[in-house]
Design a protein around this ligand. Structure first.
Ligand SMILES: Cc1cc2nc3c(=O)[nH]c(=O)nc-3n(C[C@H](O)[C@H](O)[C@H](O)COP(=O)(O)OP(=O)(O)OC[C@H]3O[C@@H](n4cnc5c(N)ncnc54)[C@H](O)[C@@H]3O)c2cc1C
Length: 393
């Protein structure tokens, strides 16, 4: 918002946002609501990117995200609503954030209610200290994050602001020095010796952080495992409803959103950015916001700084998220998510090493990633292709 305040109000678009995913649209809606002229250029024919909802052969599909968090009072989505002039998000609160299917047949629903403690006590008696640590750590992190510190200050003023926010937070919350260690050690170091509990945590981390307890740093893991406590909602009409609400907000505040406008080149000339799309649209603005991966941005920008170019390789290994929806159901729900190793770690050896089986609750049996859904009469061919399109996160 400090940045937005410093942008001059002119009749030309001051800001061009490349990409109409949730990130780009959130930025554009806040910028437009601050009275700065903004144009969003989206390559696709609908908004939302990985959190879009699209129609295919008479059915609606979520492209990726189905279940969203951060809608609790004072949470990030409320802050975004305030910044973007959105009073109401089209969402229904849901108590059930995740269901974990353990190999011994135990089905564990993760809810935010107080009853969760009774469950932890009975199912994983040694896990209570872990949950106390997790919830306290997540609360500290959220408290810090919602003060909106600029993590990479761009000026002396923003550095001063970040230091002052951090100082206030340190004084108020007096975090233990252990917090620093948790920045460096994995979640696994915090877990009790209980392989069943370890599997329970791994399964949740795979969905929330796309890695297992020995790969996720403890601080991040504490926040990722906090999902059920952070205002989980089901968007009415699919995840794309959030993107559509943001598009409406941009337009309501005199911003513009163009679809089918894939940006193919950006160039910096003196104080202006020039942006060209595949369909020949050429625009200039004083600022550009790119809702793109670093490597995608570097491809468009010939004079990209070396630091950005160095980051143009995809991570060598990671996890892919994917979504499967049985044909018998019209609407996907949270249980349709899956994750699978990608890159060099893909393949059954790595899954065996982790002891992972991905269970598709809607069908009540294994849904092994990579297995062709075409052999399954429950899955239409075209859906299989959509599933395979699941992006690398
Ligand atoms: C299978 C799956 C399941 C997920 N489940 C959840 C979930 O349940 N809950 C949750 O909170 N998150 C979930 N996520 C993550 C979430 O969807 C993403 O983190 C989020 O949508 C990313 O938004 P973004 O705006 O940063 O990027 P993107 O969604 O990738 O948006 C980028 C946009 O830029 C456009 N674009 C790209 N290049 C150009 C160009 N050159 N010119 C113009 N436009 C361009 C793209 O078309 C796209 O619309 C899931 C992701 C996946 C893949």
């Amino acid at each position: 918002m400090t940045l937005v305040a410093s942008i001059p109000r002119t009749t030309e678009p001051s800001v061009i946002v490349i990409g109409g995913g949730i990130g780009g649209l959130a930025a554009a809606a806040a910028i437009a609501n601050a009275g700065v002229s903004v144009i969003v250029l989206e390559a696709h024919v609908y908004p939302g990117g990985c959190a879009a909802t699209f129609r295919h052969r008479g059915r609606w599909y979520d492209a990726g995200a189905t279940l969203l968090a951060g809608f609790a009072p004072g949470g990030p989505m409320q802050l975004l609503g305030r910044a973007a002039g959105i009073r109401h998000w089209p969402v229904r609160p849901t108590e059930l954030a995740l269901t974990v299917y353990l190999e011994d047949g135990t089905v564990v629903a993760r809810v935010a209610r107080d009853a969760r403690w009774d469950f932890y006590r009975s199912a994983f008696p040694t896990s209570l200290p872990f949950w106390h640590w997790q919830e306290a750590t997540a609360a500290l992190l959220w408290d810090f994050a919602l003060r909106l510190p600029e993590i990479q200050p761009r000026s002396w003023a923003s550095l001063r602001e970040t230091l002052s926010v951090t100082g206030e937070w340190l004084l108020r919350s007096r975090p233990s020095p252990q917090l620093l260690l948790d920045l460096l050690r994995p979640v696994a170091r915090r877990l009790p010796e209980d392989p069943r509990f370890r599997r329970f945590v791994d399964a949740q981390l795979l969905i929330a952080a796309q890695a297992t307890a020995d790969e996720v740093y403890a601080l991040y893991g504490a926040a990722a495992l906090d999902l059920p406590n952070r205002g989980v909602v089901e968007p009415a009409g699919g995840a794309g409803a959030i993107a559509r609400t943001l598009v409406d907000a941009v337009r309501r505040h005199s911003g513009t959103v163009h679809f089918r406008q894939e940006v193919v080149e950006i160039e910096r000339t003196q104080r202006t950015w020039r942006v060209r799309t595949q369909r020949g649209l050429e625009l200039a603005a004083t600022h550009v916001v790119a809702d793109l991966t670093p490597w995608a941005l570097a491809r468009l920008w010939n004079d990209a700084p070396a630091a950005l170019r160095r980051r143009t390789e995809r991570p060598p290994a990671g996890w892919s998220a994917f979504l499967t929806v049985p044909q018998s159901r019209r609407q996907p729900h949270a249980g349709d998510h899956g994750v699978a190793p990608s890159g060099p770690r893909a393949g059954t050896a790595r899954r065996r090493e982790l002891g992972l089986r991905l269970v598709e609750p809607g069908l009540g049996r294994d849904a092994r990633p990579g297995r062709s859904a075409r052999r399954d009469p429950e899955h239409p061919h075209d859906l299989h292709q959509l599933v395979e399109a699941g992006a690398n996160r």
